[in-house]
Design a binder for this molecule. Structure first.
Ligand SMILES: [Zn+2]
Ligand SMILES: [Zn+2]
Length: 280
């Protein structure tokens, strides 16, 4: 399987608009891998995109993606969904519409039932956006999956964590876990054991954050996000060979070079960057 990190960023863009911190200035000057689009992943074997942050149009243009056949959603949060108007960029042709022709190759939109319910609820006074894309424009076709889905030779399992989802991709004897956001507490499931790669988000990286900020012991972010030592415990517990930390926040105050240096401290842990390829 060939995966590509389309966006390794967190909830806040990097460079953060109008921010003049060193990390944002460098990202603005040098671009990738110093800049980070919102969090998303692509599986080339089956042209599958996972999540659509607001900047996904630009992220796709800067990636090596050639075609998109399906889009899967992990959860409702805006930093993973509010770019879904990309369905129009990808499939809408106003010239064909002007001749009365509709889209004839809708994108498969795949999510767990609770996530689809949340996505369907994103609406204006005209109604649900996804209803419009499917029923009025035929740009998408929705599929609710509760347990697993096979696409060609790849099995994708869906593990629910409250309002969100962890995905496990399996092909032949290879396995990759994608747990981008809001997956704490991490469920205790047999399927995670022995994975070749786990890509995990929502991790606080380092004790010293942007502008020297130090989290107090009772800061609520410690409840919501994993510390690096918790990530290492998951790696050990599930005997995962390689961990890639994604969903990297601007607020952690670190540049691409800092993450490269940090990798030396951890065995089998890497930090994602936009354009990173993962071949297993
Ligand atoms: Zn900044
Ligand atoms: Zn997120």
């Amino acid at each position: 399987m060939k995966f590509e990190i389309i966006g390794s960023g967190g909830c806040v863009a990097l460079p953060k608009p109008l921010c003049n911190c060193k990390v944002c200035q460098e990202a603005r000057e040098k671009g990738r891998p110093y800049s980070r689009y919102g969090c998303s992943l692509f599986l080339h074997d089956i042209n599958l995109l996972i999540d659509t942050p607001e900047d996904i149009v630009h992220a796709i243009n800067d990636s090596s993606i050639q075609n998109i056949d399906a889009v899967m959603f992990s959860h409702l949060d805006p930093d993973h969904t509010l770019g879904f108007r990309v369905f129009e960029d990808l499939r809408l042709s106003w010239l064909k519409v002007s001749e009365g022709k509709e889209c004839n190759n809708p994108i498969d939109v795949i999510a767990m039932p609770h996530v689809m319910e949340d996505l369907n609820a994103i609406q204006s006074s005209y109604g649900s956006f996804l209803d419009y894309y499917e029923n009025a424009q035929n740009l998408i076709k929705r599929h609710k999956i509760s347990d697993y889905q096979k696409i060609e030779e790849i099995k994708i399992s869906f593990i629910r964590v409250e309002r969100t989802t962890i995905f496990v991709f399996e092909a032949e004897d290879k396995k990759l876990i994608y747990a981008p956001c809001d997956v704490k507490p991490f469920p205790d499931e047999e399927i995670f054991v022995g994975a070749d790669v786990m890509i995990i988000g929502n991790t606080i990286i380092g004790e010293e954050l942007k502008d020297g900020y130090k989290l107090s012991e009772d800061n609520f972010l410690r409840e919501e996000l994993f510390s690096m030592s918790e990530v290492l415990s998951l790696k050990e517990k599930f005997e995962i060979k390689r961990v890639i930390v994604t969903h990297i926040e601007e607020a952690w105050g670190k540049s691409y070079d800092d993450y490269v240096n940090l990798e030396e401290q951890y065995d089998g842990v890497q930090f994602a960057y936009d354009g990173m390829e993962i071949l297993i």
